[in-house]
Design a protein around this ligand. Structure first.
Ligand SMILES: C[S@@+](CC[C@H](N)C(=O)[O-])C[C@H]1O[C@@H](n2cnc3c(N)ncnc32)[C@H](O)[C@@H]1O
Length: 208
């Protein structure tokens, strides 16, 4: 059962500020994108699972010369995006279909808070497709929420589970490291960073 769409539909013009506020309780997306920029400069960026465009907006501001593509399986892809659209392209598409026509194209690929919405048996495939979208030597930043035995994790789980209706499942940092190394190789993780305000937010910098 997903109550999110129902509640959001009732918010009208308050939907956007309330969505931003809600998200900021769990993660500072501006700090995330600033960290990505500190790690990697890029002129062609792909965001997989961009949702309604909260991270994409920050990418557009932080990378003023980059061409940015956001893909997601949701029909609401890019719906809340309010920045300049001239350098941005949103597509409702799976990454598999997308890379069939766009392999080895991107310098940087970002996946933010998507993996816990994807069934674990699909994780390896998704990351393999992400690898194929990147140019040789390109960068993937994988950001997710690490599970923990804390009240904030319980709150995050309950809200994610019942607002989105998805059967969310969170990995530990070690499970992420194992998955990443299985797909990209032993020495592919070049950096890791916890993103405020909660240490559950972990971002990995991975080189192809
Ligand atoms: C919590 S939202 C994150 C949106 C955005 N990345 C952000 O951080 O604001 C999770 C998104 O993952 C998307 N998603 C779930 N499974 C996916 C898949 N297999 N491929 C692409 N996107 C997917 C959902 O549609 C949803 O938009």
């Amino acid at each position: 059962m997903a109550i999110g769409p129902l509640v959001r539909g009732m918010l009208g013009p308050l939907e956007r500020p309330i969505s931003e506020l809600y998200r900021s309780i769990f993660v500072d997306l501006t700090a995330l994108v600033n960290q990505v920029k500190q790690w990697v400069d890029a002129s062609k960026i792909l965001e997989v699972g961009c949702g309604e465009g909260a991270v994409t907006e920050r990418l557009v501001k932080t990378y003023p010369h980059a061409e940015i593509t956001g893909i997601d399986i949701t029909p609401k892809v890019g719906r809340m995006f309010q920045e300049d659209l001239t350098r941005v392209n949103f597509k409702q598409q799976t990454i598999k279909d997308f890379i069939a026509e766009n392999s080895s194209q991107f310098d940087l690929l970002l996946i933010s808070d998507v993996m816990h919405h994807v069934p674990p048996q699909m994780h390896e495939d998704l990351l393999t497709d992400a690898k194929d979208a990147l140019k040789p030597g390109g960068w993937l930043v994988l950001k997710d929420w690490e599970r923990s035995k804390t009240p904030i994790h319980l709150l995050c789980y309950l809200l994610d589970r019942y607002i989105t209706g998805d059967r969310v499942r969170y990995k530990s940092a070690d499970e992420f490291r194992d998955l990443i190394r299985d797909v990209f190789g032993k020495n592919c993780i070049k950096a890791e960073k916890r993103i405020r305000p909660w240490s559950n937010n972990i971002a990995f910098l991975i080189q192809v």
